[in-house]
Design a protein around this ligand. Structure first.
Ligand code: FES
Length: 105
């Protein structure tokens, strides 16, 4: 798969789990939202906390530091204090592995 990076075993990421990985020189958050895999920026746009240490709630990742919420689907800020959205990456699951592709937005 041209342009995709093999980052993780799908088995290592059960529903509700978050993991930050390196792909294409970026730190990317992989999230299993009820069996659907999403990939957005892993570094909080507020004060650079690792979002993998946060939790999934209502389709968002909640930053562990000051509780900003980012949509796992669109990367948008749903609740501050962050104001800048996270980048969103293409993600695929194939042969039991998770692959991160190009940035979508
Ligand atoms: S560092 Fe994430 S909300 Fe402040």
């Amino acid at each position: 798969m041209e342009g995709y990076t093999d980052v993780l075993s799908a088995q290592a990421l059960p529903p509700g789990a978050l993991q930050s990985v390196h792909a294409g020189g970026e730190l990317v958050l992989i999230a299993n939202l009820d069996g659907e895999i999403h990939a957005i920026g892993a570094t909080c746009t507020h004060e650079q906390e690792d979002l993998a240490d946060g939790e999934i709630e209502d389709g968002c990742v909640v930053c562990p530091m000051h509780f900003a919420r980012f949509s796992l689907e669109t990367g948008d800020v749903i609740e501050g204090p962050a104001t800048k959205p996270e980048p969103v990456y293409d993600v695929r699951v194939e042969g039991g592995r998770i692959f991160v592709g190009p940035r979508r937005r």
